[in-house]
Design a protein around this ligand. Structure first.
Ligand code: ATR
Length: 272
């Protein structure tokens, strides 16, 4: 039995053990996947222990360790390199730590699952933390007409826009600099966790706008509630992204692709 785990702080409510157990059943993979809370101040030694004592083959990494783990990885995939954060680790036979980031591809797959098309569209990405940074390069592969990164702290959005400027038409700024409407709006802030919505004008929405919240909850998130109030054409929460990023990690480790739709359905049913 090969062993895997998700680490974070806190980690109690992680759905990853359930998701990977479902994938393993489906694909007849003999694996064990648990969740482990890691102390905030000892990521490096914890990773070593997970490898050498618990003999894990791979790890998923969640808040707040993604950036720090990126620093600690021995090798990185190209997409992880650019993301500045990793959510997936594979321990190689020689003990070295390979880091990958499957969040961006997870978001892209879920946008496709929901027929949200970005090509030639005006896209608004809200937030400029690790979650936002990780999805910019993957989003730009669809060649949107424009990506505007809006953040409460304007300077962080401007910095991100500069960092990815080689990939296309990308601008960044504060919420007050946003004064037009968008075809697709993606919320990558943690605001929904506090039941808050970003302080943006309602003029970002039209009846054609698609809204995606990278957060999810049992009920509509604050952001999705707000978008619905403005009669947008479609709203999607981040549960599908969670399952898709997990599927991509599972593929990296096991070289088989699980079916994600059935697992999403089970999670939705459980959340009722
Ligand atoms: P993550 O890894 O989840 O992105 P982070 O790097 O701490 O976490 O970034 C959190 C993001 O959510 C930031 O863009 C933050 O805005 P600031 O850069 O101005 O701090 C944003 N955020 C958090 N709470 C928010 C709120 N109540 N309203 C608007 N933005 C919020």
């Amino acid at each position: 039995t090969d062993k895997y785990a998700v680490i974070g702080h806190p980690i109690k409510h992680s759905k990853s053990p359930f998701i990977h157990a479902e994938f393993a059943k489906q694909c007849q993979q003999d694996i064990e996947y648990t969740s482990i809370e890691v102390p905030l101040d000892s990521l490096a030694s914890s990773l070593q222990q997970l490898r050498d004592v618990l003999k894990l083959k791979g790890i998923n990494i969640t808040v707040p360790f993604k950036e720090q783990a990126w620093e600690l990885a021995d090798n990185l995939s190209d997409r992880a390199q650019r993301a500045g954060a990793i959510n997936t680790v594979m321990f190689e036979n020689n003990g070295s730590m390979f880091g990958d980031n499957t969040d961006g591809i997870g978001l892209c797959r879920d946008l496709e699952n929901h027929d949200v098309n970005l090509k030639d569209k005006r896209v608004l990405l809200i937030g400029a933390g690790g979650a936002a940074r990780g999805v910019i390069a993957p989003l730009m592969t669809y060649q949107p007409a424009e990506l505007f990164i809006a953040n409460r702290t304007a300077s962080k959005a401007k910095k991100l826009a500069e960092l990815f400027a080689d990939l296309g038409q990308i601008q960044g700024g504060g919420f007050s600099e946003v004064n037009s409407h968008f075809d697709v709006i993606i919320n990558a802030t943690a605001a929904s966790l506090q039941g808050e919505v970003p302080d943006l004008p309602a003029s970002i929405f039209t009846e054609q706008t698609c809204c995606y919240d990278m957060m999810y909850a049992n009920t509509d998130t604050a952001f999705i509630e707000w978008a619905k109030k403005h009669n947008v054409s479609k709203t999607v929460d981040g549960l599908g992204m969670l399952v898709e990023q997990a599927a991509e990690a599972f593929y990296l480790w096991r070289k088989v692709r699980p079916d994600t739709g059935s697992v999403m359905q089970k999670l939705r049913d459980d959340m009722q």
